[in-house]
Design a protein around this ligand. Structure first.
Ligand SMILES: [Zn+2]
Length: 271
């Protein structure tokens, strides 16, 4: 099964998680990413309530860890604080029943890419050791700006090196922006998915976590997200590739219009 949902509370809902879940159900969407992007600010009791409520309404949850994570910071304290933020997000996501946690890993800081890789791997490994008792997977996101760590190859290698608690979040819009307009044809979408399967096995595409939106980019990569119809992102062939390769998991829409594009993608997928 491939489920479609929004990054955070739909625009047409009241701005609380419970109203968001109800709205998604009403719109016949199936998933929501909890946005802890500005910090984890909910109590354990509320997290438990969110878990029960999302189950009752049949909405699959994932979460997005805080933006201010940089596992390759030149300042040691910032790496330590990033690890703590990941652990805290994992704890609350576990209580919410949000198994997939999306993480922005960090920046290259003009470092050699392999050195950056090794620093991030080392820090992420420490976070992984601390979250073994939680039913969560850290999803390292493919990033859209060229200064950001997170090519497809890097995130797949991290999954391979760090084991089952680390998997990718394949952000197709970011990959398109990162390659300055490439990775936008049916064949290239299939190649990305084949790559995931080749490196991670069947599980890679049968338990996938996808981000998608329209995107504006320059020669430095991502500028900002757009609605799909206002962008050059080839969402029709994107959906076709997911269908043809029988991909399963979650597709989270990050367009500014959130639920509108999520519904459009879901309808394309099913028709
Ligand atoms: Zn993200």
């Amino acid at each position: 099964m491939l489920l479609f949902g929004t990054a955070g509370i739909p625009n047409s809902a009241k701005k609380d998680t419970f109203s968001g879940i109800m709205k998604l159900r009403e719109l016949k969407l199936e998933a929501m990413e909890l946005e802890f992007v500005h910090g984890v600010k909910i109590s354990h009791i509320n997290a438990q309530k969110i878990n029960t409520f999302s189950n009752k309404n049949n909405i699959s949850l994932s979460s997005h860890a805080p933006y201010y994570i940089n596992l390759n910071s030149l300042e040691k304290e910032k790496v330590e604080a990033s690890i703590v933020r990941i652990i805290k997000t994992a704890e609350i996501s576990h209580i919410c029943g949000a198994r997939n946690i999306v993480i922005h890993p960090g920046y290259y800081h003009n470092m050699d890419k392999l050195d950056a890789y090794n620093n991030i791997k080392k820090a992420l490994k420490r976070a992984v050791e601390e979250i073994q008792s939680y039913n969560v997977i850290l999803r390292v996101e493919t990033m859209g700006k060229l200064t950001q760590f997170g090519s497809l190859e890097e995130v797949l290698n991290l999954s391979q090196d760090l084991g089952p608690k680390v998997m990718p979040c394949i952000d197709f819009a970011h990959l398109h922006a990162r390659t300055i307009g490439k990775l936008n044809t049916y064949q290239e979408f299939c190649q990305i998915l084949d790559n995931v399967e080749h490196k991670l096995g069947k599980k890679g595409i049968k338990d996938i976590h996808i981000h998608v939106s329209g995107i504006k980019y320059s020669e430095k990569g991502e500028l900002h997200h757009l609605n799909l119809k206002e962008s050059d992102f080839n969402y029709i062939d994107f959906i076709k590739s997911l269908k043809d390769l029988e991909v399963e998991g979650l597709v989270i829409c990050e367009s500014p219009n959130l639920e509108e594009d999520a519904i459009m993608l879901k309808e394309l997928y099913h028709n």
